[in-house]
Design a protein around this ligand. Sequence first.
Ligand code: F6R
Length: 620
Amino acid sequence: MCGIVGYVGPQGALDVVLEGLRRLEYRGYDSAGVALLSDGELSTAKKAGKLANLEKELAEQPLPAATIGIGHTRWATHGGPSDRNAHPHVSADGTVAVIHNGIIENFAALRAECEASGIEFSSETDTEVVAHLLAAVYEATPEGEGRLAEAMRGVCQRLEGAFTLVATHVAEPDTLVAARRSSPLVVGVGDGEYFLGSDVAAFIGHTREARELGQDQVVEIDRTRGLTVTGFDGTPAEPKAYTVDWDAAAAEKGGYDWFMLKEIAEQPQAVADTLLGRLGENGELLLDEVRLSDEELRDIDKIFVVSCGTSYHAGLIAKYAIEHWTRIPVEVEVASEFRYRDPVLDRSTLVIVISQSGETMDTLMALRHAKEQKARVLAICNANGSTIPRESDAVLYTHAGPEIAVASTKAFLSQIVACYLVGLFLAQVRGIKYEDEIAAIVDDLRRLPEAVEKVLEQMEPVRALGRSLADANTILFLGRHVGFPVALEGALKLKELAYIHAEGFAAGELKHGPIAVIDQGTPVVVIVPSPRSRNSVHGKVVSNIQEVRARGARTIVIAEEGDEDVVPYADHLIRVPRTPTLMAPVVTTVPLQVLSCEIADTRGFDVDQPRNLAKSVTVE
Ligand code: F6R
């Protein structure tokens, strides 16, 4: 959601800010704007719609050149997407410009207060109150160095909710001030220049040196004084320095029509990189980065996996493996429900939070709730420097590289693999599995990148199938065991990209109601487990295919090479390489991603930025 960019340095600020906004487009937005500060004057431009609209406006009515500026892409919450609701918002006296990500929960009371003092609002946003308050508090703050930062601290103490704010004031022509509470903000440090961004994509074209800000902190960036960080109460703080390991090319399309296609193709690498350095020569797990002691890991008697959307599906898959390998009970829950039902948590509970972005508000709130209840929290995350890993007791990074397309693909596969590493590590530390058993599973993991590569080589017929399904009204997805969460993920991908109604079902549940919706020609995708699978679910799924086909369904069957049982009942057969049961989701998900991408593309939709969606959901 909302992209934030700030720049102070020798370069033309407008170009740097627009480039940053372009790189943040993937977060999802519906309007955009910039504010520049030059010769003690603020100038702004803002437009509803895509960045191109803003760029057109800027071409027609250029702003004065400046070397300090802020920019914003807005994902509407308070007030619809319009020119006037777009950020930056400027105070009534014209001294302050502010951009904001998050929600100011007490904005109504603050707005009433400002209106009572005679201020007229020019937008329906919650953000505008910050501009007016900041201007007023600035006036009341004694003159001197750091006055804007001091005023920002004063304002932040009055705000409720989650926010990242960046502000500039006409009286401080060399300074930007930013604040964060439960909302993302990172600082980039270049040679004599500074950048602010919702995430590092905003500035990786310029620098890979970054600073991580903590909760409730204000950062002042001054052209001569450099960078100063304090808490909202004024206590000096030292930001954590880190080097971004993504390069700018990783966040570019590299010849693909869509980022999503590139990211699907990168999956073998994402899986390999997530395993890299974590598998020992003798088949043991090397997870030194999991900062929980062996004793703490041995004490765990219950695991919760908490996450949202696709990351939740990774958790559902992980449950099968972690319970099987560790014999510890695992519950998987969507983060937005978790804390509101008062889950039973204590010191012996391990809560695994999974988040690609590391900024999902629902997941962050669930994490905080778990910590309040004294549970240990382990984050599985793809974004270094983000809030979720920073607030967790331990973290295992997925090394998928930047995921730009809104629909998650390579992050999902790497999350499954990271969860498996955690499960196996627990089994190793707790002595539940013999060394050779762990080594055998590690071998299976090592073979996954190649297996995914093979699936990718056979995707042409899947694309053709996708084109033939572009007019479908509904598509159902069925699976059993680990194939069930894969079915849920297949349905989610289709809904979010192609806007076609889709549902995933446990194949065995079908007869208990949903089979009634199957009609002549209804496409039904079935994820078939290996014929060698335990619990003989294979035979049952083959029966389920026959059941839906007998009711007129057009069956699309995903089955491993050599499974001849499915052939008579498959209208379309998609082959995947033979893979051990628990590893199968890593290969069976891939054709579902390709299918959704192709259907959406055929229907003429923006595959990378589907309507109504944001890459990182930073509000509850
Ligand atoms: C779907 C998708 C979303 C995210 C969800 C959680 O393709 O991308 O469902 O998985 O919003 O996001 P993270 O993993 O960043 O917490």
